[in-house]
Design a protein around this ligand. Sequence first.
Ligand SMILES: [Zn+2]
Length: 198
Amino acid sequence: MRFGPLIDQLIESLQCLPGVGPKSAQRMTLHLLERDRRGGEALARALDGALARVGRCSLCRNLSEDTLCPLCASERRDRGLLCVVETPADVLAVEQAGGYQGLYFVLLGRLSPLDGIGPAEIGLERLASRVREEGIRELILATNPTVEGEATAYYITEMLRGSGVAVSRIAHGVPLGGELEYVDGGTLQHAFSGRRPL
Ligand SMILES: [Zn+2]
């Protein structure tokens, strides 16, 4: 204990944030207490409100303040198109990129048997019933190009085989503006296997 229990506790608590170690937590704490008490109050209120009111959307499992998130509630989205992603951050990334007008399904994880994460933990039953009951015509698998992400995409493809829905996987490959000689072998392989006729 260097400053007192309340200050020490604040320094300790801030370290739950990603990328915040003891040094930055200490800097943040002293900044709030020394120079920005108003900012600290606003932060405390925002945190309190968000934790109390933000839950999950009942349709897509994304973070939401209401039963349905704004995307699922929107009249302007294409309801026959469903994009499967791993995290709420992935939804933001696709939305910010623009161009996609369908709905989402957020797995909140990926299959990882060693960590005890199976189909039930990532809501695959709910996904299957959505595809069956909601007239989904195309499912776009946008899980990450990691071993678990690929395995998850493969599992979902097999699960929906014969259900009549068209399943596609987003392409992975050479970044825009990149040069072939600097691209790693795995990415280049993906780019070749995902080639399309022109
Ligand atoms: Zn939703």
